[in-house]
Design a protein around this ligand. Structure first.
Ligand code: NAD
Length: 375
């Protein structure tokens, strides 16, 4: 069995005193202002256009203040549509000038995965708080570099895992944490959709995506296996399947992986770009919880043993997520998705790819409670 350790785990503990003081001062100033924090979206693709920008029209603690785009036509369209101030419009080349713009407090990086690290680090160096879309980066090394840059700059960092702000998911986490049905003994987490679009899209280009289904959807399975069990896995074994190699030339199509957890529970995750599945199941000593759908934009749907149907009013998950992060910056509430969580998931992603390369060999993981948020 191979062993993976917490590489440079301590980078997260290396926050300089000066940086902490800067951050505290910034919070105090924001509190006095009582203002909404200004957010700039970097990359105006489909997620920014159809999810984030509309959600930012409803957020309580943050608002759309600026954009960063390489396409002048998009800049003009967005400026008019959202009434943006022209001085808050940047392109990828002059992006670093954002350091001098007091309207922008948070930079949200919504670019292809291999571009996350560069823009997150530049945003941190510009003194802006950062939200980085999932997957956090394309390697653990890059995740470390983002975390280090944010720590050095004294800015806050989050990853775009919107489900941590979503009520069905929060109820699952609560049931696990409070052991409502006793100890968890099995989790199953599936996240997959059929990709049939342009074969040259960046998600199928390893240089830009870092990997295929696992990077794109598999991180949701990894996430829900962990919050659906309340623990980080101690080992993983994985298998890859390919049925459309002519389309998935450069990236993984389908991956299945099995986890072992510290309390003896086991888990199975499945991810694919060649099936439509969106489901979570946690089994406990005295009951179960099922979410289906479990990770789309909602509304989610869920049931528990005892004939209970979960029911919550629907709000945009992205609105809840961005408000939670702005609230964390302004009022010091818990950061529901810290950078360490994104890094932990990338350690698991790398272990899964390693297991596949080694013919399904079990890879041991030494994650401790890394990325597990309590409170
Ligand atoms: P998209 O293809 O729709 O948009 C990508 C954007 O990046 C476009 O504006 C494009 O112009 C720009 N870009 C800059 N350089 C590029 C290059 N070299 N190649 C391709 N595009 C380039 O993608 P998307 O769906 O908006 O995804 C963006 C990020 O958001 C990804 O990291 C993705 O994983 C993440 N995402 C997260 C969620 C979620 O639910 N949290 C959902 C969708 C996407």
């Amino acid at each position: 069995m191979k062993k993976i350790t917490r590489r440079s785990f301590n980078t997260t503990l290396s926050v300089g005193i000066g940086a902490m003081l800067n951050s505290t001062k910034a919070c105090a100033e924001t509190l006095q202002d009582g203002k909404k924090l200004g957010m700039a979206l970097v990359g105006l693709g489909s997620y920014s256009e159809y999810q984030l920008a509309p959600s930012l029209q409803d957020t309580q603690h943050t608002y759309l203040a600026g954009i960063v785009t390489g396409t002048p036509e998009k800049a003009a369209k967005w400026t008019e549509k959202y009434g943006l101030d022209k001085k808050n419009i940047y392109n990828y080349e002059n992006f670093d000038d954002i350091a001098d713009n007091d309207d922008i407090d948070i930079v949200y990086v919504v670019l292809p995965n291999s571009m996350h690290a560069d823009f997150c680090i530049r945003a941190a160096k510009a003194g802006k708080h950062v939200i980085c879309e999932k997957p956090m980066a394309v390697s653990v090394v890059e995740c470390d570099a983002i975390i280090k840059a944010c720590n050095q700059a004294g800015v806050k960092l989050s990853v775009g895992y919107r489900l941590h702000s979503e009520p069905y998911t929060q109820e699952l986490m609560k049931i696990v944490k409070e052991k409502k049905f006793g100890e968890v003994n099995f989790v199953s987490a599936d996240a997959a959709y059929i990709s049939r679009g342009n074969p040259n899209q960046w998600r199928l280009d390893r240089k830009l995506s870092g990997g295929g289904a696992l990077m794109n959807m598999g991180v949701y399975s990894i996430q829900s296996a962990i919050y659906g069990s309340g623990q980080n896995p101690t080992s993983v074994s994985a298998q890859e399947f390919s049925t459309r190699p002519e389309y998935f030339k450069d990236t993984d199509e389908t991956i299945s992986a099995q986890f072992e957890f510290p309390n003896g529970a086991v888990g199975n995750i499945y991810t694919s770009h060649n099936a439509n599945i969106n489901r979570h199941y946690s089994s406990f000593e005295k009951g179960w919880v099922e979410l289906e759908p479990a990770n789309n934009y909602g509304p989610l749907s869920g049931r528990t043993s005892g004939g209970v149907t979960l029911s919550y009013p629907h709000e945009r998950q992205q609105k809840l997520q961005m408000d939670d992060f702005a609230h964390h910056i302004m009022y010091g509430s818990v950061n529901k998705v810290p950078g360490e969580m994104g890094k932990r998931d990338m350690i698991i992603v790398e272990a899964i790819y390693e297991s596949i390369r080694e013919g399904g060999e079990k890879i041991s993981l030494d994650l401790g409670n890394m990325g597990i948020v309590t409170g």
